[in-house]
Design a protein around this ligand. Structure first.
Ligand code: PLP
Length: 1001
């Protein structure tokens, strides 16, 4: 059939093109592609299509061509005779109207991932621009009877019986009822021409994956009609929410985008949610009807499944959504909000005291992420911690206050989480003020109110007794106050509707056994509306939703006769820290991520930013046994109470640490040097090698990194060969990294280990030719910055034999690979079946405390001892030695090497599964929790996918997972979590990575 339309295209437009059918409800649409790559959309209208319908669209497009929205809409191509459309005989002799449009760039919104808030905002903007352009468009065709005009959508009401499922039917009944109630308001709004079908297949998105996401066009004006502009936005909203885990945030972005270019009125916002639901209802009723009439047509049910899923699983709180949209658009949260604020301001200082104490002199007690260490485990507040959140103050009769808007980690119950993972979104920010006072303290009403709710919430860590009072101000406006953690006996003394006079004692503070298990205190909160809240007020909000939560529940300080500033928590300003950092430090002290993160607490393999948002740390290998390990905290605190001195005095902690390290190493490695960093350790290793061999020449693999000191940089090709680097010194010779994925010898070559090792021969010769005697060979046992490489087994055996034969020493940098990270091996050289002459340790050895070490043979140490005294002021301090030994003990005591083995295997096999699914994963390599994922542009060519790696890293961060990228072209994802990582966290990494790579596909 397309042959027929192909020749029509040629005869009327003189365009030769291949036709590819596109989906459509009534019309035949084709993508016409010429040999030169030009793209057009050929529209073959349904038989008996009114000319007016095509004329409507052609006229609308002509109108748009003169508007700011021009680039968003396609041009109509005139026929050879200069006509916008023609009537052509179809293959069955029927008359069809044909017209031709330029193809717009981009892919459909439905097929574009990820649908980020920025993209949704841009969509809102696009619709706003379009509606304002269409406001002045007039055409008789827009005033028609039309089932897709939301103004006429009540046609579904008598059709609802078609939906047999009673649950689905009741959902639709409710939607129709809600819609009916807004009809008068809807009909009172101005009406204009609208696109009216901004669905996910009619929205085009720029295909440039790594650029910011943006809308390139809106297509298909075939459903144009006249209605209030909010209908256009509601229709788009109905499709946009289907794909989102956070529909409220999505709608906020969409509405805000619209509002910035085409300001909305508060009453229009009221209509968005009922209209959105009504559009979905029309869509499912329509498709159910059509499916009945034509069970074989797939198009009719194309959007039904996601629409039903959304309607059935809908958790959107209409009241809260509206509040959120109002705040986003800059409107007061309720029509009486300004009056209530003015009243509270005027009455501040004149309210009756809530407790009999002078709160203006009461000290503040912070439970913030930044200033408090409660709870010790930010994922589990213990009952004893809950009962003593204010520490020593709790035992006194003193009164103190807890901050409004303070981010806290004490809310650890599942109800505070929004997703399945520990690093999922979590509510942290306190919306009330705490008044800590002894159990039994009398509480009075700050002003007259009526009891609205009185209840006992007896679950552990809930509120115990609660009361909500409704207050009316002189002009009739209302607001509510909430009192939590009360003695539950109030349930017997108060009744709903009871009037409480200003200053009347109406409840008392509960003790820990009555108030949910907390230190006795009053949770005092204010709300301007309970619409959407009911009686279950959240006392704590998500940091990213504070914009509207602080409008619903403003600071209640005035009711306590306190200035707002006293009780408002002000977290450290990240932007200021960033500005200060730029002012006080050098530009090559780089930060991760374009929008840097500021972490204020850590626990095991998670980190928390200034608002308490949790992140899974899959990147940092320094906190080897986990962030903030209690045993490390305690030995450090213990030792700092006693003494911290240097190696010139005896101390048993030093020898105990040495013994522990040596117990992990092969015989022969028996002398320890303690320093402060990996760099210092490598620097010392160079001196030891020179002292022992009297040579200076060093051989090392390309792209290696050994540290930031002068000598370490000279052997680190990653640094000296970097742009602006110092270049290669004559005493340093490079060999290829033994990378059997990208290197010259591949995994299919059984002799590759020896062949890579043989490259050392020429390096030795090159040094000889320069008359530079060999001191040794140094390598990261598994090169990390070189791309998380696992050299083939036998490589180091071959290299070491050649180096030793040439009189050199062999140094193994185990900074990244040592101490059990590899799971199967405590040190990487064990896998290579060699014993180095020197082993260098750093990073994980102190779990964050600066420690490095070199361990060598007695013979080498003796050669070095012939020189001047060796002394490092801080290297081997008592504190460092106690911490270092504790780290090694914890690895043993907690079975962390075994955990690295188990979790590493789980992660590696999961990543290999992803590799079979995503062509972008060229290679997965690693051992234990030392893992690299090599991203490629094409698996055949192994082209390095640098942009993709950056993209994935940033998207993972957006999902709260930290990982790095590495390798000469920075295309290798680097995964090196603390060894405490668990199955759930591994599964989170795999799930999210799969999701992100699917977006890219
Ligand atoms: C393999 C290796 N060696 C040495 C160092 C230097 O350690 P430091 O930064 O503690 O000086 C590093 C640091 O990243 C490293 O990865």
């Amino acid at each position: 059939m397309s042959e027929h339309w192909k020749s029509a295209l040629e005869s009327h437009w003189a365009i030769e093109a291949a036709l590819h059918p596109l989906a459509g409800e009534y019309d035949l649409n084709f993508l016409a592609k010429t040999a030169e790559g030009e793209g057009y959309i050929l529209k073959v209208m349904r038989t008996n299509c009114a000319r007016n319908l095509v004329d409507l669209q052609v006229s609308a497009l002509a109108h748009m061509a003169d508007q700011p929205a021009a680039s968003l809409f396609p041009d109509v191509l005139l026929t050879k005779k200069g006509l916008p459309f023609v009537c052509v005989e179809g293959p069955e002799g029927e008359a069809r109207l044909l017209w031709l449009l330029q193809q717009l760039p981009g892919r459909s919104y439905a097929q574009s991932f990820p649908k980020t808030p920025d993209l949704v905002f841009d969509l809102g903007r696009t619709i706003g621009i379009t509606d304002s352009a269409l406001e002045s468009f007039q055409h008789a065709g827009i005033d028609r009877d039309f089932k897709w005009n939301l103004m006429q959508s009540l046609w579904i009401k008598p059709e609802l019986a078609i939906v047999a499922d009673p649950i689905r039917r009741s959902i639709l009944d409710k939607i129709v009822m809600d819609f009916t109630s807004i009809v008068p308001l809807l009909e009172s709004l101005p009406q204009q021409a609208l696109h009216n079908d901004i669905n996910d297949y009619n929205i085009l998105v720029a295909d440039d994956f790594f650029a910011p996401r943006r809308i390139t066009g809106l297509i298909d004006l075939g459903d144009m009609c006249r209605a209030p502009r909010i209908c256009d936005l509601a229709i788009a909203a109905a499709y946009v929410v289907l794909y989102q885990t956070d529909p409220e945030a999505t709608l906020e972005a969409l509405v805000l985008g619209y509002h910035t270019v085409n300001p909305l009125q508060p009453e229009e916002l009221d209509l968005l949610w009922p209209l959105l639901q009504m559009r979905l209802a029309v869509s499912v009723v329509n498709s159910t009807k059509m499916a009945q009439a034509d069970p074989d047509d797939p198009y009719v049910v194309i959007s039904q499944a996601p629409a039903w899923q959304f309607l059935e699983q809908n958790t959107v709180h209409a009241g809260l959504l509206l509040a959120r949209l109002r705040v986003a658009c800059g409107f007061p949260i309720t029509s009486s909000a300004e009056a209530v604020h003015a009243y509270l301001k005027k009455m501040r200082g004149h309210f009756a005291p809530v407790i009999a104490a002078n709160l203006s002199v009461a000290p503040m007690w912070s439970l913030s992420v930044e200033q408090s260490c409660v709870p010790v485990d930010p994922f589990e507040l213990s009952s004893s911690e809950a009962a003593q959140v204010v520490g020593a103050l709790a035992s006194e009769d003193a009164v103190c206050l807890g901050y409004y808007k303070e981010p806290r980690l004490i809310y650890t119950a599942p109800a505070f989480y929004k997703g399945p993972w520990k690093a999922s979104d979590r509510r942290t920010v306190h919306l009330g003020i705490d008044v800590f006072a002894p159990q039994g303290t009398d509480i009075s009403a700050p002003m007259t109110g009526r009891v609205h709710v009185v209840e006992n919430r007896s679950t552990s860590l809930d509120y115990g007794g609660i009361i909500i009072l409704l207050h009316e101000i002189p002009d009739g406006a209302c607001f509510y106050t909430f009192y939590g953690h009360l003695d539950p006996s109030v349930c017997e003394t108060l009744f709903i509707g009871q009037i409480i006079q200003a200053g009347e004692v109406f409840c008392r503070l509960g003790g820990a056994t009555q108030n949910g298990g907390w230190t006795p205190h009053l949770h005092f909160q204010l709300a301007l509306t309970t619409k959407g809240l009911g009686k279950d007020w959240p006392g704590v909000a998500n940091a990213d939703e504070l914009g509207f939560w602080t409008q619903i529940c403003p600071n209640p300080a005035a009711l306590l006769n306190l200035p707002d500033e006293k009780v408002t928590y002000v977290p450290t300003d990240k932007a200021q820290v960033l500005a200060d950092r730029q002012a006080y430090f050098g530009a090559n002290l780089t930060l991760s991520y374009a929008d840097p993160v500021m972490f204020l607490r850590g626990w095991k393999h998670h980190l928390f930013d200034e608002w308490g948002r949790p992140y899974l740390d899959a990147y940092n290998n320094v906190p080897h046994v986990g962030h903030a390990h209690p045993r490390i905290q305690s030995v450090a605190a213990d030792q700092l109470q006693r003494l911290n001195s240097n190696t010139r005095y005896l101390h048993p902690a030093r020898t105990a640490f040495a013994k522990k390290i040596l117990s992990k190493l092969p015989t022969g490695l028996e002398v320890c040097f303690f320093v402060n960093s990996g760099s210092e350790a490598n620097e010392l290793a160079l001196r030891l090698a020179r002292a022992h061999t009297t040579g200076k020449g060093m051989i090392t693999p390309d792209h290696g990194y050994f540290g930031n000191t002068t000598g370490a940089v000279e052997i680190s090709a990653y640094k000296f060969n970097a742009p602006g680097g110092i270049g290669q010194s004559d005493w340093v010779e490079l060999v290829d990294v033994a990378d059997d994925y990208r290197g010259q010898f591949g995994r299919d070559d059984p002799d590759r280990a020896q062949k890579f090792a043989d490259t050392v021969d020429q390096a030795i010769e090159r040094l000889g030719a320069k008359d530079i005697p060999l001191a040794g060979f140094i390598a990261e046992t598994f090169p990390s910055v070189g791309g998380q490489i696992i050299p083939p087994q036998g490589y180091l055996r071959g290299v070491y034999a050649k180096i030793r034969a040439a009189g050199g020493l062999c140094i193994a940098d185990e900074v990244q690979t040592g101490l059990g990270r590899l799971g199967d091996y405590y040190f990487g050289f064990e896998y290579q079946d060699v014993v180095p002459d020197m082993v260098v340790l750093g990073k994980p050895l102190g779990n964050g405390h600066p420690i490095g070490a070199v361990i060598t043979t007695r013979e080498i140490a003796d050669s070095f001892a012939k020189g001047p005294e060796y002394f490092s002021t801080f290297g081997g301090s008592v504190l460092s030695c106690r911490i270092g030994k504790e780290v090694l003990d914890i690895v043993d005591d907690e079975g962390l090497q075994q955990n690295a083995h188990r979790m590493g295997n789980r992660l590696l096999s999961g990543l290999r599964r992803l590799q079979t699914k995503h062509a972008a994963i060229g290679d997965v390599r690693g051992m234990g929790l030392f893992i690299g994922v090599d991203l490629v542009t094409n698996p055949g060519s192994k082209g390095e996918a640098t942009d993709l790696a950056r993209y994935v890293k940033n998207r993972m961060r957006a999902h709260r997972i930290l990982l790095g990228s590495e390798g000469p072209k920075d295309n290798i994802l680097k995964i090196r979590p603390p060894l405490t990582i668990t199955r759930d966290d591994v599964d989170m990494i795999l799930t999210i990575l799969d999701q992100i790579l699917t977006e890219v596909n």
